[in-house]
Design a protein around this ligand. Structure first.
Ligand code: AMP
Ligand code: MN
Ligand code: MN
Length: 318
């Protein structure tokens, strides 16, 4: 794998790294970044893990979560070799405008930029975590329990716990080995899916009651007023977008969260071969066939109309 050997060379050439995960972090970006940090430690190298938005409560159980720094960037960070994880554009990690002397990208998104002198982008990989697993194997690093839990979580999140169409033999084989090395599927599933606050559950009730069906497309809308009323924030909505897909006739689900007045953070999910990445790209975002996102601006009704028409046109749904 050309990209993989380039990444190994990049790691060999430097001693200290700035590992950046993407904004609105999920289990794949955080688990991958932390597993990489532990792996580098085993090689005697130093790293800082950064996420602009910090670690959401759901992921506080990840080994090493406490070492993630957030918010303002360290001074002169551009001089430290960058490892950009689970995204491939600096803006996705809040790093736009910083000139990095050395940058390496590890990602699996279909929407690509040309950022980074070393780029390993495998759009066939179900999770960046699986790429980090391959990297760790190629480097002959022992998989510790900390590494296992982080990579297992990364794979589980991006495959919908082995339910999404991207689940492949490699992800299942890797998962088996990670379990042998200390990842406990029951404990991790409990952390991810059975540890909600009551506030978050109440937000889900609001979310489900807002669902509108437009043929095969389901819309869910959460306003900033709803977040205020329930004492929650947009980061509490992870996975909500999947619920409307439980309806047989729904092929696309769109979740809109108001992050600022008339600023809507949109998550798109689809079933099978229905591709939502094109609609997300149309509005300046991106992602994968079955999971993509973008930010839209404007009054709710206008944004909904243009999203609905883009979804119908670009997914081929009637
Ligand atoms: P989300 O709905 O935020 O969970 O995102 C779904 C998928 O699309 C994830 O893999 C994201 O990394 C990706 N994605 C979301 N927003 C963007 C964006 N603005 N640009 C590129 N990829 C995105
Ligand atoms: Mn991600
Ligand atoms: Mn991912």
């Amino acid at each position: 794998m050309a990209g993989l050997s380039d990444v190994i060379e990049f790691l060999n050439n430097h001693e200290s790294f700035f590992i950046a995960s993407h904004i609105n972090p999920d289990g794949d970006t955080l688990g991958s970044a932390l597993a990489l940090a532990f792996a580098l430690e085993r090689l005697g190298k130093k790293s800082t893990v950064y996420d602009l938005d910090g670690v959401p409560e759901t992921y506080a159980f990840l080994p090493g979560a406490e070492r993630v720094i957030s918010g303002d960037l360290p001074k002169n960070i551009g001089a430290t070799p960058l490892m950009l994880i689970d995204c491939n554009a600096p803006v996705r990690a809040g790093l736009e405008g910083i000139a990095f002397t050395h940058a390496c990208v590890i990602d699996h998104h279909v929407t690509e930029t040309d950022f980074g002198s070393v780029r390993w982008i495998d759009t066939t990989s179900p999770a960046t975590g699986l790429m980090i697993y391959d990297l760790i194997k190629a480097l002959n690093i022992n998989i510790t329990a900390s590494i296992a839990v982080n990579i297992y979580t990364a794979i589980v999140i991006d495959t919908g716990t082995f339910r999404f169409p991207n689940t492949n033999p490699q992800s299942l084989r890797a998962a088996a080995e990670l379990v042998e090395h200390g990842a406990k599927p029951g404990d991790i599933a409990q952390q991810l899916y059975q540890s909600w606050s009551q506030e978050r559950f109440s937000l889900l009730i609001h979310s489900l009651s807002s669902v509108e069906l437009h043929g095969a497309v389901a819309f869910t809308v959460l306003s900033s007023e709803t977040f205020r009323q329930t004492g929650t924030s947009p980061s509490d909505t992870e996975n909500f977008v999947n619920f409307p897909l439980t309806i047989s006739d729904v092929k696309v689900s769109a979740l809109m969260r108001e992050v600022d007045q008339n600023d809507w953070r949109v998550s798109l999910r689809s079933k099978g071969t229905v591709d939502v990445s094109g609609a997300a790209s149309k509005f300046g975002g991106g992602g994968h066939v079955n999971a993509a996102g973008c930010t839209m601006h404007g009054p709710l009704e206008e944004v909904k109309l243009s999203l609905l028409s883009a979804l119908k046109e670009l997914t081929g749904l009637a």
